[in-house]
Design a protein around this ligand. Sequence first.
Ligand SMILES: [Zn+2]
Length: 398
Amino acid sequence: MGWLGIDDTDHLGGGCTTKSAHDLIQRLPPYVRVQGLRLVRLWPFAPGRTRGNAAVAMELHCDDVPALLTHLNREWEEHLQPLKGALSSSHHSDRHQHPADPGMVWFDSPPSPSFYLDAVRSLVDLGSVPTATRAWGGEGRIGATAAVAWPSKNATYEAIAWRSNGATGPRMVDASALNCVDQMKGTFLSRDPRNGSSLVAPRGPSPVLFGVRATTSEVAGHAATVIAEGLDTEPLEDWRCFETNQASGDHLDGSVVAQVMSVEVHPKRKHARLMTDAGPMVAYAESGDVNRLARWLKAGDAIESRGLTDRTGTLHIEQLRLQSARPRGKSRPPCPQCGRRMKSMGQQQGLRCPACKHRSPKGWVDVASVPPFTGWVEPPANARRHLAKPLEWSNMTQ
Ligand SMILES: [Zn+2]
């Protein structure tokens, strides 16, 4: 037996790597048995990658490994290597596109899990990739190896279904089946809770019809069957269940405690840029409550945040909470007799209550801060990273 990893068979859409893996499995010789099929998300800031940076790996069991390697070599030459240089057909034309540089690796025994942690938390180069028993291709070997190295701790599951060959246009997924899956115990992120829209079907051109996530493989498989059999669901080619590191939180290594020095809000797009004593941080408009809290912050507030640091040293906030806030200003104290706010009578003349005319010497009181949130906040479901662990799953307390 051994471990096979593949990656970078297409860019700007992890779904395509899952389809390459599915096709490869379909063509395996009958004497090979597949186990432990996995979809592994990696560092989202890797050059030319989207949030969805993902690789696929699997365990292959057979008695004749040399014959299998001959088969895999042919598989590489005929199906994967030709994808080199291809640009994605994605409509996200604003994104800089890197041509695909596929990679495939075979390990007789899996590499150290520490390589997975490196590849999910930082940029790794080809030179630091553990040596495979057999390796094909280029940059894709990084993700392919990391997928093999994933120790599958904190795993969740995603059943992915592919459209029938050549299907284009809007995806047809049965609404009542989707509703049923959404109510099913053990599924998660099937729908955006804010507006009920489906997160199951990807946007843009991709061979993926839907992916349904669950905490067990049984539930993921059951949910896929329910959607596939839905009356209004378009014909699908096939589906498979992947073990994944999605929602593991593996990409984050602890939190940063910082004091805010300044807050700058983009006048149109509302992104909030924080300068803190722990470095610059950003909360994009799409991050919902995170952005709202970030925009509310003022110099001197203490925060705790979790997120990835990009190559410019800016931390992209994924989870945020206020630790303590400075007062939001000063005001005149309330009247000790009737409670109305006192008013100044002019220079060097003390304060007077506008209602009962009570007088007192001049003074100020702090205006208490009223933050929009007191505990941890996270972006809405549709703006979270695949790797993000939902707050409700964490043991975080306020
Ligand atoms: Zn009064």
